[in-house]
Design a protein around this ligand. Structure first.
Ligand SMILES: [Zn+2]
Ligand SMILES: [Zn+2]
Length: 156
């Protein structure tokens, strides 16, 4: 992760952009501010099963970047494992974000922040992929080393 001087960090906050997000029905609304720590596609079985989609486009943020602005009482939580607290709207069932307490990051699904300029950097858990994507980006077998994975990159 990039180290910034105090001055530049302040500068960044002043120019930080805010993007709106919401669930499928709009009962839950939130914002993310600044820049995510990482963005990419996750191909793991859990993401596929939870999202009912072939891959999950993730954006990982510091928890302070996320602010729920409406409908916090509509948010349900499911945690199959303590690694992931999955959040969804109890009214429409639409997915919102997943807290990863062990990493100190929250995954805000790119699909629910449509105005955010999402740009994938990496594919993770590619050994579990069902939908192969030949976009030239690195394909991690599981996770980067700094996130507890092997760091192994697979051939596309
Ligand atoms: Zn909803
Ligand atoms: Zn996943």
């Amino acid at each position: 992760m990039e180290v910034v001087t105090e001055h530049r960090a302040t500068d960044r906050v002043q120019h930080a952009k805010t993007y709106k997000g919401s669930c499928f029905c709009g009962a839950v609304q939130f914002t993310v501010t600044g820049e995510p720590a990482a963005m990419g596609y996750c191909h793991c079985d859990s993401c596929r099963s939870w999202s009912a989609g072939p891959v999950n486009a993730f954006t990982l943020w510091q928890p302070g970047a996320l602010q729920v602005t409406r409908g916090a009482d509509h948010i349900g939580t499911h945690s199959k494992t303590p690694r992931s607290l999955r959040k969804w709207c109890k009214t429409c069932g639409g997915h919102l974000f997943t807290e990863h307490p062990g990493w100190g990051l929250v995954d805000v699904y790119a699909a629910v922040i449509p105005e955010f300029p999402y740009q994938a950097q990496v594919h993770v858990n590619y050994q579990e992929a069902r939908l192969r994507i030949t976009d030239g980006l690195p394909k991690m077998q599981d996770l980067p080393k700094e996130m507890g994975g092997s760091g192994v990159v697979l051939a596309e």
